[in-house]
Design a protein around this ligand. Structure first.
Ligand SMILES: Cc1cc2nc3c(=O)[nH]c(=O)nc-3n(C[C@H](O)[C@H](O)[C@H](O)COP(=O)(O)O)c2cc1C
Length: 375
């Protein structure tokens, strides 16, 4: 908070007690019961046809005491697939599968957004009938894809033709329409972690020379066109956008992350997007040095709701909310292992430890069998 803000007349109208993790929050016209968000997490348990596993209804209902839940990344098209057993939202069967899940969540009073996902180059020809995955530019990618044939090296992708790019926007727009039909309360665009929107945004992965590459305005064009199209379906306040300014996997890089991410935050703000979800590690080996963190300048540049994420525990989350650095906090791994995470945080109760071996793939084990406190 700047000194100027601290002494502004508005300060006198501020509530005497700052909000806590358990204060309610109004996101657009949705009242969230608390400030705790289930971070989007791929669990690789989709069934035939990339339909969400029926067990996912239990999984999300178990976690519905979160103020807001964001689903695992959910493909908007066959072209957007990059991992086995991940759900989509482009076929009637997939929409029907999600409808059963949103019904179950709404019956217990939960709020759930779908995370719309297109992996771009983080994929393999095995998913695309032998064709190469698509990307802004045909640059090599470090990393492995997980296909039916096991772990395979990610191939150098094919650069999208300019004439194909509107098709990507359409895939997201259709994904949002399908999410609406499936009963979701809103959508989050997966603009993080090196997938297609991130690939277009950052200059390490986008070397195009057409209207979708080059300077930052051009690199932002696809992400902003997608955000605008999806906002046209749900209304902007029900659209979120996830960013990961310093994510460096899958050969991702940018020559000036602070400017790139602050600028796109401001542009998404102009579209009236409901929230930004910024994943920037505050703990562990990937911790981002406070001198280069983008979150504070994104907070200043964006008027809407800010969700922060990566490495938060209850104390760090409380501090971020009390200081006004964030409105909501998303929890990933702690929420996998603790279906009743809000209750545990409120009581200061001990936490179950997450079992990494069951994060991806499998069935009930490590998915819907973590005990709640009352058990
Ligand atoms: C098993 C697993 C799957 C994940 N899948 C996704 C995903 O589909 N979409 C996404 O945006 N982030 C995904 N993430 C990242 C999380 O949403 C979150 O940003 C990360 O775990 C850091 O938060 P945490 O420290 O609270 O776990 C995944 C993380 C894990 C552990």
């Amino acid at each position: 908070m700047s000194v100027q803000t601290a002494i502004s007349p508005a300060a006198s109208t501020r509530p005497a007690h700052p909000p806590t993790l358990f204060s309610s929050y109004t996101l657009g016209n949705i009242v969230l019961n608390n400030r705790i968000v289930l971070s989007p997490m791929t669990r690789s348990r989709a069934i035939e046809g990339n339909v969400a596993n029926p067990l996912a209804a239990t999984y999300y209902v178990q976690r519905a005491s979160a103020g807001l839940m964001i689903t695992e990344g959910t493909q908007v098209s066959p072209q957007g697939v990059g991992y086995i057993r991940t759900p989509g939202i482009h076929s009637p069967e997939q929409v029907a599968g999600w409808q059963r899940i949103t019904n179950a969540v709404h019956q217990v009073g939960g709020t759930i957004f779908a995370q719309l996902w297109h992996v771009g180059r983080v994929s393999h020809s095995d998913f695309h009938g032998g064709e190469l995955p698509v990307a802004p530019s045909a640059l090599p990618v470090e990393g492995e894809a997980f296909t039916l044939n096991g772990r395979v090296k990610i191939p150098t992708p094919r650069a999208l033709e300019t004439s194909e790019i509107r098709g990507i926007v359409e895939q997201f727009r259709k994904g949002a329409e399908n999410a609406k039909a499936a009963g979701f309360d809103g959508v989050e665009l997966h603009g993080a972690n090196g997938y297609v929107l991130d690939q277009f945004l950052r200059d390490g992965s986008n070397r195009r020379t057409d209207a979708y590459g080059g300077n930052l305005d051009k690199r932002m064009r696809l992400p902003l066109e997608v955000a605008e199209a999806v906002a046209g379906v749900f209304g902007p306040s029900r659209v979120g956008y996830k960013l990961s300014p310093y994510f460096a996997g899958y050969s991702m890089s940018d020559s000036n992350p602070l400017v790139t991410f602050t600028t796109i935050a401001a542009e998404l703000g102009k579209l009236g997007i409901g929230y930004l979800h910024v994943s920037e590690a505050i703990a562990g080996p990937a911790k981002i040095d406070s001198a280069v963190r983008a979150t504070p300048s994104i907070r200043d540049a964006f008027d809407g709701t800010l969700i922060v994420n990566d490495g938060y525990d209850a104390a760090a989350a409380e501090a971020a909310i009390a200081r006004g650095q964030a409105d909501l906090v998303a929890f990933g791994k702690p929420f996998i292992a603790n279906p009743d995470l809000p209750l545990r945080y409120r009581k200061g109760a001990p936490l179950n430890a997450p079992d990494q071996a069951t994060f991806y793939a499998g069935e009930e084990k490590g998915y819907v069998d973590y005990p709640a406190l009352s058990h």
